[in-house]
Design a binder for this molecule. Structure first.
Ligand SMILES: *[C@@H]1O[C@H](CO)[C@@H](O)[C@H](O)[C@H]1NC(C)=O
Ligand SMILES: *[C@@H]1O[C@H](CO)[C@@H](O)[C@H](O)[C@H]1NC(C)=O
Ligand SMILES: *[C@@H]1O[C@H](CO)[C@@H](O)[C@H](O)[C@H]1NC(C)=O
Ligand SMILES: *[C@@H]1O[C@H](CO)[C@@H](O)[C@H](O)[C@H]1NC(C)=O
Ligand SMILES: *[C@@H]1O[C@H](CO)[C@@H](O)[C@H](O)[C@H]1NC(C)=O
Length: 636
């Protein structure tokens, strides 16, 4: 329901008492309230270092300190009501924002910031596992910081001193809730990730469920199972866990809290088992409540549990101070707690020491990943293809050699906003340490066919099929992957910036994947902010803020630039095709490129590949911006 009073837009020009200095002021919007149950969850996932919030987007500008204040007030409310509140985080806390990536060592500030929130159950994401250093830091820093709350149901660590393979953290946790005295058995899973660094071992979920400890855990007869996981709700791993737990426990409610797909989503497994996914990048705080849980009495367990009909409710809370004030019934003076304020200060200090606000240049316009169609002037990928790649995929000794430069679209992780492009923006847009590799003198007849295959065409398709190591979905953003699997979550997957949207119409070539037909109702209400309009298994009223929907456009797996090709003729005819080209590509794409080349008649192996440039693509991007977008947008 919409609280009309919320429409009376309070003037919140100052954010002195919350969020980061310089952050956009929060915005007012019509709100839907939170429904409380016996047990309630606040859920973060895929925060990727955005603990300072979104400084350029008012809709998401609250920071981790504000979340701490929020949780403190909500816990007090829970105590008042005699119900329980648990805090959950489902991984990918690292990589993707300057606050984590810009420090040496990485995470110098974020590990201390995250630990300030008393999280009740947390687990690991795939991003914590890509390199040995971050696996080790997780083991040496985050696990001790959270002790028993950290769960690693299918993840082991190889101790550097002994070479022993040990659980990364405890496998599961059984505990009684504070106010309701409900018995909970909680797990912490990761999807079947197969690219983990050598000092970690991810066990497939299908094997973990055969382990003795797991079989014992699902026979613990709790009042509620809480399955947390860095797992997309529509992925096979949760399905499997649901089946195996349900088989042993016909009537016990099961709450799943997942992530990885970067979307807001809610899935029904049966009428006593539901799953929530709570977005990405500190845009969303998930709210899940379960009511109608019957506590097990020792003897008549089955009869009582069978009679129970628990209800599950969900909300996707925008990380907007306006909403956090609304849900707690507080204002900018009364909302921040001492602890929350301290953490906001910790973040500000870290950002300052890392000089994250230092500008490389000034972006002349917004450039979108999925909110503009490709190709178009508003697409970040058109910009990459037409302007950036030709300038950075070059080196002096081969500058005149015709070449094709290929980058995967998943390499770009976030939109670019008009205005200052800062040190922080660099990590936000391209957090990866990829470099350009190349194969020299590839016959053009073979090289020219690669892009189409990477983008899903041609005979190579079966080598790239779903689930294989060369699944081409690994080339796109997680948002688009989730989208393709589940069109219903279309708008959930759309980036939800609280800015004037670029309304582009599909032209028939590239249909918008998730345009919402119904603009009629919402048009009448003034001042809706564009943002998430989530459709999930319970309907379309899950977002705590009523938004103007956004259209989400699919983009190709990869883009390509033709560089230093023979010039086109005066009469408009294309220039002559070169015989041979340098095939330049972002190193991440190499396995796909080599496979595609084989199918197009170019038999090359890793021995034929050399480094094209030594700098990371991220550093080259920053240099391009310094050269082409000079200026600091008139900032002091
Ligand atoms: C794992 O170790 C092997 C052999 O030492 C090495 O070739 C490989 O690059 C390592 N992989 C990762 C992800 O660190
Ligand atoms: C905030 O709420 C307190 C307590 O209700 C009130 O005294 C104060 O005037 C409010 N401040 C603002 C800025 O609205
Ligand atoms: C906040 O920071 C101050 C100054 O460092 C410290 O004295 C105080 O104990 C902190 N309070 C909390 C709740 O963390
Ligand atoms: C895109 O930008 C180019 C160069 O600035 C311009 O010529 C062209 O008209 C623009 N196209 C659109 C559709 O705005
Ligand atoms: C990269 O660096 C190495 C070591 O300094 C050097 O030998 C090599 O020539 C460099 N490669 C390129 C493409 O600049």
């Amino acid at each position: 329901m919409i609280l009309e009073s919320a429409l009376v837009a309070a003037s919140l020009a100052t954010v002195a008492n919350g969020a980061q200095p310089g952050a956009a002021a929060p915005v007012a919007a019509p709100m839907r309230d939170l429904d409380w149950g016996q047990i309630n969850f606040l859920h973060t996932t895929d925060t990727h270092g955005w603990h300072g919030g979104h400084l350029q987007e008012p809709q998401y500008s609250a920071d981790w300190g504000d979340y701490i204040s929020f949780a403190e007030h909500m816990k007090a409310k829970a105590d008042e009501k005699g119900v329980d509140l648990l805090l959950i985080d489902t991984g990918d806390r690292i990589e993707g924002n300057g606050l984590y990536d810009a420090s040496d060592p990485k995470g110098k500030y974020t590990y201390d910031i995250v630990r300030e929130q008393p999280i009740d159950v947390l687990c690991t994401g795939n991003h914590e596992l890509y390199i040995e250093d971050s696996v080790r830091r997780e083991h040496d820093i985050t696990v001790p910081n959270f002790r028993d709350a950290y769960l690693a149901s299918n993840l082991d660590y190889i101790e550097p001193q002994t070479g022993n393979q040990i659980p990364q953290a405890r496998r599961y946790r059984k505990f009684k809730t504070k106010n309701q005295g409900l018995t909970v058995v909680a797990f912490g899973f990761l999807f079947d990730f197969d690219r983990a660094a050598n000092n970690s071992v991810v066990q497939k979920v299908e094997d973990t469920i055969k382990e003795d400890w797991f079989q014992k855990a699902i026979r613990e007869k709790p009042d509620l199972f809480v399955v947390t996981g860095h797992v997309g709700l529509r992925m096979k791993e949760f399905e499997l866990l649901f089946k195996v737990i349900r088989q042993e426990n016909w009537y016990t409610p099961i709450a799943f809290l997942g992530g990885h797909a970067h979307v807001r989503d809610f899935r029904k497994f049966d009428d006593k088992a539901y799953a929530i996914a709570s977005g990405r990048y500190m845009e969303t705080i998930g709210w899940l409540s379960v009511d109608g849980i019957k506590k097990r009495a020792k003897d008549s367990e089955t009869a009582i549990a069978a009679a129970a009909s628990p209800t599950f409710k969900r909300r996707y809370i925008d990380n907007n101070l306006y909403g956090l004030h609304h849900h707690t019934g507080l204002n900018e003076t009364t909302f921040p707690t001492e602890h929350g304020r301290n953490v906001t200060q910790m973040i500000a200090k870290g950002r300052k020491e890392l000089k994250l606000d230092q500008a490389y240049g000034c972006a002349p316009q917004d450039l979108w990943m999925n909110r503009a169609e490709f190709p178009s002037n508003a697409s970040v990928f058109t910009w990459l293809e037409e302007q950036v790649l030709p300038a950075i995929a070059t080196r002096d000794d081969r500058a005149d050699v015709p070449r094709l430069a290929i980058a995967n679209t998943g390499m770009i992780r976030f939109d670019i906003f008009k205005g200052a492009f800062t040190v922080d923006s660099t990590y936000i847009v391209s957090p990866f340490i990829s470099k350009f590799n190349y194969i020299q003198d590839v016959p053009y007849s073979a090289a020219k066919r690669v892009l189409a295959m990477l983008n899903g065409g041609g005979p190579v398709f079966s080598a790239f099929e779903a689930g294989s190591a060369l699944d081409t979905r690994y080339l796109v953003s997680p948002e688009q992957w989730a989208f393709a699997e589940r069109p219903q979550v279309a708008n959930a997957a759309a980036a939800a910036e609280a800015r004037t949207p670029v309304h582009l119409q599909g032209d028939g070539l590239q249909k918008p994947l998730g345009s919402e037909g119904d603009g009629s109702g919402s048009k009448k209400k003034p001042d809706l902010i564009t943002g998430y309009t989530t459709k999930d298994d319970l309907g379309d009223d899950g977002d705590d803020t009523e938004h103007e929907p956004i259209t989400f456009y699919a983009v190709p797996n990869c883009v390509q630039s033709e560089i230093a090709f023979p010039a086109a003729q005066q009469d408009g005819q294309g220039g002559e095709e070169p015989d041979k080209v340098d095939l330049v590509f972002v190193d991440y794409v190499q396995p796909w490129v080599l496979t595609a080349l084989k199918f197009s008649g170019g038999d090359y192996g890793t021995d034929d590949v050399a480094v094209y440039r030594n700098q990371t693509v991220t550093d080259l991007l920053a240099a391009w911006i310094t050269d082409h977008w000079a200026g600091d947008c008139g900032a002091k």
